[in-house]
Write a protein that binds this ligand. Structure first.
Ligand code: ACO
Length: 330
């Protein structure tokens, strides 16, 4: 007990429908050329009425569990990182039921696009203390439900998807080498999905605030500046803790918000651009799903090999940002 951590499986799932840049040009004043040169995006996948966050997550989770070579009943903790649960009370338990992980405790964690990294670090605390041994971490979002489809500055960026990993306790050589987590609420206004309400009088002197969430609002330039400044710092600190330099990093696995952000972060860290794992052209920004979606593609393509050192970083609303450096596989 008090074990090390190994990431032994990954999986992903995305909705079937693909919304292209040319489709978006039919909806708002934009072009394939503008979107692609400013973001690197070409497609994004959009969930239909029958593709729920829970269902996509369950597929991603089952693929990750199969790759790890264990069964769903071996899982003892599930953390779902999401900002768009099917149910405001949380969707982790629904997923637990769908995959039959009957021995797991399950809960949601919300930290926007940093959610997956925050969930991995949270899971590591339960594992290092010996409380849990086989942990399923899911990053999933269906932001298409909450995007303002008439706002060209934000609607071109987001897509839907789910990704998952399995972390297992190992007796020796912890493969989670370093991590960092940060928040800055003073910049909370840069990126929001706020609740808007109307007064609903109940009885004399008591009025409930009844409403719904409003579309994503974002100051793109501010978020861009924040990401390019803070992400290299967070990865640099985690590398320092892990006693590693940029030369030791095999792959840079960043939240897929913008190809230009990924390129700028790699440049600041002096990591060659060939080491950036990117699938932004196909999926756009899938929020908490983007890191495990990208990892899963790279593992299944045979790009990422057992023992490779990966520097990962998530960043987004909150504002929040964090990094984790780990060796893939066991
Ligand atoms: N098509 C055509 N023109 C557009 C579009 C569009 N889709 N969107 C904006 N423009 C216009 C603007 O109106 C502006 O026009 P103006 O100069 O006449 O005012 C011009 O393009 C330049 O706009 P900028 O906002 O300066 O464009 P920029 O180069 O910064 O790119 C972008 C915008 C892509 C949003 C970029 O700022 C970015 O990626 N920011 C980071 C966003 C991000 O990462 N968000 C997610 C965080 S993750 C989370 O927590 C959910």
């Amino acid at each position: 007990m008090g074990a090390g951590i190994a990431i032994t499986g990954c999986g992903s799932a995305a909705p079937e429908a693909i919304l292209t840049n040319n489709h978006l040009a039919q909806m708002v004043e934009t072009s394939d050329e503008w979107i692609n040169t400013r973001t690197g995006m070409r497609n994004r996948h959009i969930a239909s009425a029958t593709e729920s966050l829970s269902q996509l997550s369950a597929v991603a989770a089952e693929n990750a569990i199969a790759m790890a070579g264990i069964s769903a009943t071996d899982i003892d903790l599930i953390i779902l990182a999401t900002s768009t649960p099917d149910d405001m009370f949380g969707s982790a338990c629904k997923i637990q039921g769908l995959i039959g992980a009957t021995n797991a405790v399950a809960f949601d964690l919300t930290a926007a696009c940093s959610g997956f990294i925050f969930a991995l670090i949270t899971a590591s605390q339960f594992m290092r203390t010996g409380v849990h041994q086989n942990v399923l971490i899911i990053g999933a979002d269906v932001l298409s439900r909450w995007v303002d489809w008439s706002d060209r500055a934000s609607c071109v960026l987001f897509g839907d998807g789910a990704g998952a990993i399995v972390c297992q306790s190992i007796a020796e050589s912890d493969r989670l080498l370093g991590f960092e987590m940060y928040s800055n609420g003073s910049q909370n206004d840069s990126l929001n999905l706020n609740y808007h309400s109307q007064s609903k009088p109940l009885v004399e002197n008591i009025t409930a605030q009844h409403g719904t969430y409003q579309p994503v609002s974002m100051n793109g330039r501010e978020v861009y500046r924040f990401a390019v400044a803070k992400v290299p710092e967070a990865i640099g600190k985690a590398m320092f803790r892990a006693n590693l330099t940029a030369d030791d990093i095999d792959w840079l696995l960043l939240h897929q918000a913008n190809q230009r952000i990924m390129d700028a972060v790699a440049k600041r860290l002096k990591i060659p651009s060939e080491k950036i794992l990117s699938n932004i052209a196909e999926y756009g920004n899938t929020s908490a799903a983007s890191i495990p979606l990208s990892l899963d593609a790279a593992v299944r393509e045979g790009k990422v090999q057992v023992g490779d050192t990966i520097a990962a970083s998530g960043f987004g609303a909150g504002l929040t940002w964090g990094s984790a450096i780990f060796k893939w596989g066991y």
